[in-house]
Design a protein around this ligand. Structure first.
Ligand code: BES
Ligand code: MN
Ligand code: ZN
Length: 514
């Protein structure tokens, strides 16, 4: 089986024109004023080729676009890729992340094994060098990622490694750039880990094999430990929600708990719980889904995988926080042993739920996991789930739905969304919506009326967090790319890995909280 492309990141202080590399990536704002002297130098050596692409209007500097110019014997690079950065005043830290992803995507597409990157130079002093480097590193991992571990033919002959040098002639910035690259590489690797695992199909990843992956992750990552509850232990604890959803499948459900605590200081630090939905395949169960696009439902485990990857990043960054990644996992299948519409399920919290639709299974596994988190005495709970089609209708494929019971927590997540480039939008989940989830014959039902499905689902979850600070991210619309984009291969997006890691970095003093 093919391994994912390995990325190596370094810094180098050199002049652009001298860089020996298979591809040199530079940035260009659409309203760019006078270019940097070293870019002018590069232009000269290229004999006016860069000016020509701009003059002809072939390249306007818009985001998501680029122009390729071939090198000559006056410069060291075989190719120069000019990447559009859009309007200068609109630029955010995500602009450079996306530009770096585009460049890495192109490099892999051209089978380049080496790339030199100077994208950050165009940004001047707008952002700290460390932040720019971190975002570039994240982007480079993102754009170079391919999911092809099951492709046995080698027609394409893709490279298996990409060595990237970040070029700056100001040696005083090197330390900051290196620190940023170090952080960005950790987050980038966590993203790639999540994307590879999430893309694996339902015949490979089921609850027990996902649990084995989590155990392996904990074994291979300093600071992590992993506990797995099997179906017998779930029954003993009374986790009726997880058991009901898993009852139709040959592969039994699991509750996976991955813990991280920094060495020695655990007792003084806050404890955060990330809860992630991991339905390894969602057929809908007895309330079966239509055949069209059902194969996409192998991605119904992305919430769970995101929180595992965030735990990996937190441990490798050695963040001063206690973290618990809690992942309820089941396969939702129709069979003679499945749970049925009309069933009344007693959940871990003791609350009873009337099943109206077996396809509303995410909330049934999450309610047990959320109650488990509450019992663990954590300070904050954030859950991540591909929970509702309604959220996709409301927000499309660009932003995750953010719901919760604490204004400060929502704000902190919005702040993290800004830097991480993983966008969120607040939706309500208050009492009006909770009213919709009341059953006549049980405490709750698992499906509300026709309207506001993302909000009623969140209002259901809210019943299980007591008075804990809680936020819920509905990632149903952002968990994958249906088609390849300028900066990403199609398939799982690992949405939330950057967002959650950034949230933790901000919380633990990386940045002042407002
Ligand atoms: N996993 C789905 C939600 C989903 C839909 C994710 C589309 C990604 C893309 C979830 O389990 C589901 O089936 N939700 C139902 C709930 C309904 C039955 C109340 C839905 O949204 O239709
Ligand atoms: Mn479903
Ligand atoms: Zn689902």
């Amino acid at each position: 089986m093919k391994k994912i492309i390995e990325v190596e990141l370094k810094t180098r202080s050199a002049a652009l024109a001298e860089c020996k590399t298979q591809m040199l990536a530079i940035g260009h704002f659409s309203d760019g004023k006078k270019p940097l002297p070293e870019i002018i130098e590069l232009c000269k050596k290229l004999g006016g080729a860069i000016e020509q692409v701009v003059k002809l209007g072939d390249f306007k500097g818009k985001t998501g676009t680029s122009a390729l110019i071939y090198g000559n014997n006056h410069i060291g690079a075989q190719r120069v890729l000019i990447v559009g950065l859009g309007e200068q005043k609109e630029a955010t830290i995500d602009t450079i992340r996306q530009a770096a992803a585009l460049a890495a995507n192109k490099a892999v597409g051209m089978k380049a094994k080496t790339m030199a990157v100077a994208l950050h130079r165009a940004f001047g002093a707008k952002f700290e060098p460390g932040l720019l480097a971190q975002a570039m590193a994240e982007g480079i991992y993102y754009g170079s990622f391919r999911y092809d571990e099951y492709i046995t033919s080698d027609e394409d002959g893709r490279t298996d490694s990409l060595v990237v040098e970040v070029i700056d002639d100001n040696a005083a910035k090197t330390k900051q750039l290196e620190d940023g690259l170090f952080k960005g590489a950790i987050i980038g690797k966590a993203q790639s880990y999540a994307r590879a695992l999430a893309n694996r199909p339902g015949n490979v990843i089921n609850p027990p094999s996902l649990a084995a992956e989590a155990k392996k992750l904990a074994r291979n990552t300093k600071g992590l430990s992993c506990t797995v509850l099997d179906e017998k232990q779930l029954a003993k604890l009374g986790m009726g929600g997880i058991l009901a959803v898993g009852s139709g499948s040959k592969t039994p459900p699991r509750l996976i708990i991955v813990k991280y605590s920094p060495k020695g200081k655990a007792s003084k630090l806050p404890t955060v719980a990330f809860v992630g939905k991991a339905i390894t395949f969602d057929s809908g169960g007895i309330s079966i889904k239509p055949a069209q696009n059902m194969e996409q439902m192998k991605l119904d485990k992305t919430g769970g995988i995101t929180v595992l990857a965030a735990a990996k990043a937190a441990a490798e960054l050695k963040l001063p926080v206690n973290l618990m990644a809690i992942v309820p996992s089941a396969e939702n299948m129709p069979s003679g042993t499945s749970y049925r519409p009309g069933d009344i399920v007693t959940t871990y919290s003791g609350k009873t739920v009337e099943i109206q639709n077996t396809d509303a299974e995410g909330r049934m596994i999450l309610c047990d996991a959320l109650h488990y988190a509450v019992k663990q005495n954590c300070d904050v709970i954030i859950d991540v789930a591909t929970l509702t089609g309604a959220c996709v209708v409301a927000l499309g494929t660009f932003m995750a739905g953010l719901m919760g019971n604490n204004e400060q927590l929502n704000k902190d997540l919005e702040e993290a969304a800004k830097t991480s480039g993983e966008k969120v939008w607040q939706l309500p989940c208050g009492d009006d919506y909770a009213e919709e989830m009341k059953s006549k014959i049980a405490d709750l039902k698992n499906s509300g009326g026709r309207w506001g499905g993302a909000c009623t689902a969140a209002a259901f979850l809210r019943q299980f967090v007591g008075d804990k600070k809680w936020a819920h991210l509905d990632i149903a619309g952002v968990d994958c790319f249906e088609k390849p984009t300028a900066s990403a291969a199609e398939g799982a997006s690992a949405f939330g890995v950057r967002l959650l890691t950034t949230y933790l970095m901000n919380l633990t003093g990386g940045k002042k909280r407002k």
